[in-house]
Design a binder for this molecule. Structure first.
Ligand code: CA
Length: 226
């Protein structure tokens, strides 16, 4: 795999490079956010980005947001900041996973494999029956597109996943933990407010909060606004 490592701590970087190289990966190492943005835009193919949050020239969260705005390469945020707020922010900016320093090579390697596997398109889905209509809402799981009355709604990948999951059984209540488990595959245990943040963003984009109803103390379900 080709890995972009964004890390300004030389000892962390060199041990990661050695470890990843020993596993057969090719690692491009940069130190600044600016260099990371440049490398992400020009390296092809690039399988995964390991992104430190504390960088000398800009915050890693900003780097994450900018990379995600233009590409889907899996991003694993790597940080000494392990509290829930930082995890949630990284997630909301489009990171695929979050690893707290210090970490072992075995854990890093497992996380890399997991995000790369998740990012690969599932081959099965036949081209028919991929579009689901729920009232005025149309959800195309193959192209990951959502329309309301024929107008496309631009959702992030995770927002799409949350909406598509609720739409699997319109009207059925899904618990926050179920949504986390399904959409984030259990990597964000405890970060249930992440679900609320995504739901809020989806409602805003859909233009009617009635599309996703909160069921007090339980979770969310797909609604049918007028
Ligand atoms: Ca740092």
């Amino acid at each position: 795999m080709r890995i972009l490592l964004v890390e300004d701590d030389h000892s962390v970087a060199s041990s990661s490079i050695d470890g990843l190289a020993a596993l057969g990966h090719s690692v491009e190492h940069v130190i600044t956010g600016t260099a990371a943005l440049q490398a992400a835009a020009t390296m092809d193919p690039l399988d995964v980005i390991l992104l430190d949050l504390g960088l000398p020239d800009m915050d890693g969260q900003e780097v994450c947001r900018r990379i995600r705005a233009s590409q889907d390469t899996p991003i694993i945020v790597v940080s000494a900041r392990g509290d829930e707020t930082d995890r949630v922010i990284a997630l909301e900016l489009g990171a695929d996973d979050y690893l707290v320093k210090p970490y072992g090579m075995r854990e890093l390697s497992a996380r890399i494999r997991a995000v790369v596997r998740r990012s690969q398109p599932t081959p099965a889905a036949p081209p028919t029956n991929t579009v689901q209509e729920v009232g005025r809402l149309s959800i195309d799981r193959r192209s990951q597109r959502v329309h309301i009355d024929g107008n496309e709604i631009a959702l992030t990948a995770k927002e799409f996943d949350v909406l598509a999951y609720l739409a699997e059984d319109p009207g059925a209540v899904r618990r926050r933990t179920e949504i986390l488990e399904h959409v984030w595959e259990g990597h964000w245990y405890g970060a249930t407010k992440t679900v609320d943040a995504h739901v809020a963003a989806i409602r805003k984009k859909l233009g009617d909060s009635g599309w996703i109803e909160a069921v007090r103390g339980v979770g969310f379900r797909l609604g049918f606004p007028e």
